[in-house]
Design a protein around this ligand. Structure first.
Ligand code: SF4
Ligand code: SF4
Length: 336
C-alpha cells in the first residue's frame, strides 16, 4: 500500500472557495477514542507495508491536541515503520510547533496552500517558513529515495493542471464551479482516482480516509466503502475486491462499473456526458443502482447531493484543454 491519506478533522482556520471537503472553522473531527479505533484497524506491517500515512484536514494545526494524539498513537502502533507526513496550510506553523512535530516523528511537512485561492498573507509566509524548516535541518523534498532518510518539506497548491482544473473536486470547489472537469477527463484512472485502490499488495494503492470513512479516491464516492470504526481496512478492501463494480473502479474505468448489473459501458459514457463527468455518473450509479454497495449512515457521506445540485445548473462550458500529463497527487507529493 503506497499511502493512507487521512483527514482526521475538517476543522480549519480558513474557509477557502475551492475546498473539496467543506473544511471550515468548527467543522467536525475525530475524537481521541475514534482515532485509536481507526489506527487499530490499519494494516499490520507484517501483513502489508504502508508506504506513508499523510495526516491532513481541514487544518491539522487548528486542532493540535487531536493531531498530536494521532501522531502518538501511530507511533505506538508502527514504531517508526511507516513514515508520517503532515499537510498544513502553514498559517499556524511556528518554531515551537515544528519542533513538536519533529519530536513526534513527522518525516515530512507539506505546505499545501501556495495558490491564488488562499489569502495573500498565507502565500507571503513561504519565505519565512522555508527559513524555519531549514533552521531545523530539514531539506526540500525531492521525491527520490533519498527522502527516506531525511526530514523534508514541500510547498504546493491547487493549480489549474494539477487539481482545480480537470479534476472533480467536491464541496465548495464544485459549488463555486472552480473545476473544469468534463466527461473526457479520465480522472478515475489518474493517481488520485480509484485506480489500484484495491491492490494493496502492489504499487499505486492509496486510500482516502475522511474522518473514519474509507473512500477509493480523493473525489470521494457518494458514500464510503466502509468505516474504520468497526472494520479493518484490509477487510474493507478485500470485500470490495470481490465485486465487479469495484473491480471496474480499480481499473480506473467508472464507465463500465455497471456492466455486471446490465448497464453497459456505452450507458456509462452516455450518462457521464449527460451529467457532466464520470464522478457524477459514479454518484448516480451508486445512489440509484447499487446503494447496498456503499456504507450508509456515516458522517461524511453525500448521497446524490452533487448530481442534484448539478442538474439545476446550466451546462458548463467545455474545458479549455485536456490534461497534458498525469500529475502527482495534489494532496500528497508535488516535487516537480
Ligand atoms: S483548502 Fe485547505 S486551508 Fe482552505 S478551507 Fe480547505 S482545508 Fe482549509
Ligand atoms: S468516478 Fe467514482 S471512484 Fe472514480 S474518482 Fe470519481 S468518485 Fe472516485
Amino acid at each position: 500500500m503506497d499511502s493512507i491519506y487521512w483527514v482526521v478533522s475538517r476543522d480549519c482556520n480558513q474557509r477557502c472557495p475551492h475546498c473539496y471537503n467543506d473544511s471550515e472553522p468548527g467543522a467536525p473531527g475525530l475524537g481521541d477514542d475514534d482515532v485509536s479505533r481507526c489506527i487499530a484497524h490499519f494494516p499490520d506491517l507484517d501483513e502489508v507495508a504502508v508506504g506513508r500515512i499523510i495526516l491532513s484536514g481541514g487544518e491539522v494545526l487548528a486542532w493540535p491536541e487531536l493531531l498530536f494524539h494521532t501522531l502518538r498513537r501511530i507511533h505506538d502502533r508502527y514504531l517508526g515503520g511507516t513514515p508520517v507526513w503532515v499537510q498544513t496550510n502553514g498559517d499556524l506553523l511556528d518554531g515551537p510547533t515544528l519542533d513538536r512535530l519533529l519530536a513526534h516523528h513527522v518525516r515530512r511537512v507539506d505546505v499545501s496552500s501556495m495558490d491564488p485561492f488562499h489569502p495573500k498573507g498565507t502565500l507571503e509566509r513561504r519565505d519565512a517558513l522555508t527559513r524555519l524548516f531549514e533552521s531545523r535541518g530539514m531539506l526540500p523534498a525531492t521525491g527520490s529515495a533519498d527522502d527516506a532518510s531525511r526530514q523534508t518539506f514541500g510547498f504546493w497548491g491547487a493549480t489549474e493542471e494539477q487539481w482545480i482544473g480537470p479534476l472533480w473536486p467536491r464541496g465548495r470547489a464544485r459549488q463555486n464551479r472552480l473545476s473544469s472537469a468534463g466527461p473526457e477527463h479520465g480522472f478515475c484512472r489518474m493517481w488520485s482516482g480509484a485506480r489500484n485502490f484495491l491492490d494493496y499488495g502492489g504499487e499505486g494503492c492509496e486510500v482516502n480516509v475522511q474522518l473514519a470513512d474509507v473512500y477509493p479516491c480523493c473525489p470521494m464516492t457518494c458514500r464510503p466503502v466502509g468505516c474504520l470504526l468497526d472494520e479493518p481496512l484490509l477487510a474493507i478492501l478485500d470485500r470490495c475486491a470481490g465485486h465487479p463494480v469495484f473491480q471496474a473502479l480499480n481499473e480506473g474505468r467508472p464507465e463500465k462499473m455497471g456492466e455486471s448489473l446490465g448497464l453497459n459501458e456505452a450507458h456509462g459514457f452516455q450518462r457521464s456526458r449527460e451529467l457532466g463527468n464520470h464522478c457524477l455518473w459514479c454518484d448516480e450509479f451508486f445512489a440509484k443502482h447499487a446503494p447496498e454497495l456503499l456504507r450508509r449512515g456515516t458522517r461524511t457521506e453525500r448521497g446524490m447531493v452533487d448530481v442534484e445540485v448539478e442538474a439545476l445548473r446550466p451546462r458548463r462550458p467545455a474545458p479549455v484543454a485536456p490534461p497534458t500529463h498525469i500529475g502527482v497527487h495534489p494532496f500528497k507529493i508535488l516535487d516537480e
